[in-house]
Write a protein that binds this ligand. Structure first.
Ligand code: F0G
Length: 460
């Protein structure tokens, strides 16, 4: 079956601006695609977060949302779905993933300087660890940074490095381990169940809590089913449950595999931790039965979480992203291989070897792709990594990527063919693509607000 497992009931017009207008818009945005208006973008692959199309069942659920401040029926229905899928007894609502991080990470980091280890922390996770006085450490496997060599589970955490870290620093120096499924930072790459079990065993032996960052838990489960020995034919729900069962808790940005536009969750097993987290949810997010979401959002999320685990949906979803990757490979564009769950990660470092990390090849390619065909992707590389708060040095990313994140159920293959053709044209004139110099660097999370000029004065 080649067709999408849905038909389209509502459409939203999009348009492609002319070349001169695109250049004017890009200059106004300081060459930073985050600062473009979406109306000026043709195909928007900035993120798969909050950009999902909801189903008719979800839209129907919106109308039934119970907007009660306390004890909302929609909350209790959502709580039941989440408990059934994840098995976690304690469920807290938050407005999105970083809300979960703000609530939970300061409760995990017990004193200044404690480490929070992970396969590869997402940028907001890293920021919340920094803000809580902790120290984020990424322990991805070496294969994750080598985009040319395929490995089925580039999201895996390097268990040898984990054991060595615990031996060297002692378990008491480690506040928690966070396993991000799938690993966004290294390319939407899955974590194997085998690796998760190994990490859980080491954490348990050391007495270190293990949390999942489960934003893309369903796509991870699907890729495990496709790639891991002994998992073929299992339901994505059963595989996802195996992951949740290994962890002490989870942060969930529901804007990804929740198939909604806003929402999030904090999950845990320990009642004492729940009691510490609950007042933080009330203070920062909202009462325990809405947590910053409207009743209608809770209702749509309850439906979305179930739809995200449907095998027909996941086969289509992961298949579409993989097709985009295959077209780019055919055109000679280097990408992280194999293609992960939610995005194709173009290896801008390899495509643009003349641009050093400090001139942000990923961001330079993002600017060039918008100029070429009105498509918006985003840098995931040294710009996003930011600076070490202690030394002020720029942190090095595992690779310099341009991420093309595909919103769920939004674009057709024809849109993605336009993306692939546009990027192929840029690749043919790669040697002429210029690096970027920052003209404004914000003090934190700089990639969102930074402004640039082209390295070569001839252009900028
Ligand atoms: N964890 C992961 C793995 C993420 O990818 C994100 C967000 C978050 C946490 C934070 O969640 O946005 O709901 O506050 N990723 C988006 C992206 C923004 O584009 O990859 P949030």
């Amino acid at each position: 079956m080649k067709g999408e497992p849905f038909r389209i009931k509502m459409v939203e017009p999009i348009r492609l601006l002319g070349r001169a207008e695109r250049e004017a818009r890009l200059r106004e945005a300081g060459l930073n695609v985050f600062l473009l208006r979406s109306a000026d973008v043709y195909v928007d692959l900035l993120t798969d977060s909050g950009t999902n199309a909801m189903s008719d069942r979800q839209w129907a659920a919106l109308v039934t949302g119970d907007e009660a401040y306390a004890g909302s029926r929609s909350w209790h229905e959502l709580e039941e779905v989440v408990r059934r899928i994840t098995g976690f007894p304690f469920v807290l609502p938050v407005h999105q993933g970083r809300g979960a991080e703000k609530v939970a990470i300061p409760a995990l980091v017990r004193r200044e300087g404690q480490f929070v280890l992970g396969n590869a922390h997402f940028d907001t996770t890293r920021a919340h660890i920094d803000l809580a006085g902790g120290r984020p450490v990424d322990l991805y496997i070496p294969e994750a940074a080598d985009t040319a060599t395929p490995h089925p589970f580039k999201g895996d955490l390097d268990v040898e490095r984990l054991s060595a870290f615990l031996d060297e620093h002692g378990a008491d120096a480690v506040a928690a381990v966070i396993l991000t499924i799938t690993s966004n930072t290294v390319g939407g790459q899955p974590v194997s169940l085998r690796n998760a079990r190994e990490v859980a065993r080491i954490c348990r032996a050391a007495g270190v809590p293990l949390f999942l960052d489960a934003a893309r838990f369903a796509e991870n489960a699907w890729l495990v089913r496709e790639r891991e020995e002994g998992q073929a034919g299992r339901s994505p729900a059963a595989i996802a449950r195996d992951f949740f069962d290994l962890a002490d808790g989870a942060f969930v940005s529901a804007k990804k595999d929740g198939l909604v536009n806003i929402g999030g969750l904090v999950l845990c097993r320990d009642e004492e931790l729940y009691r510490r987290l609950a007042p933080r949810v009330v203070a920062y997010e909202g009462f325990l039965t809405y947590g910053g979401m409207a009743g209608r959002d809770l209702a749509a999320l309850a439906v979305g979480l179930e739809e995200a685990l449907d095998p027909a949906y996941l086969a289509y979803r992961v298949g579409q992203v993989r097709r985009l990757g295959a077209w780019l490979l055919e055109a000679g564009v280097p990408i992280q291989e194999p293609v992960g769950g939610h995005a194709v990660f173009v290896d801008a470092g390899r495509l643009l070897p003349h641009i050093p990390p400090g001139r942000y090849p990923g961001a330079a390619l993002a600017a060039e792709l918008y100029l070429e065909c009105g498509v918006r992707g985003v840098e995931v590389g040294s710009l996003l990594m930011g600076r070490d708060p202690e030394t002020g040095e720029e942190r090095r990313a595992p690779a310099e990527f341009l991420r093309l994140a595909v919103p769920r159920r939004v674009y057709t293959d024809n849109h993605l063919a336009d993306v692939a053709e546009g990027l192929a044209r840029v690749a043919r004139r790669a040697a002429g693509v210029r690096g970027l110099r920052m003209t404004y660097e914000p003090p934190a999370l700089r990639h969102f607000l930074a402004r640039f000029r082209w390295e070569d004065a001839a252009r900028g």
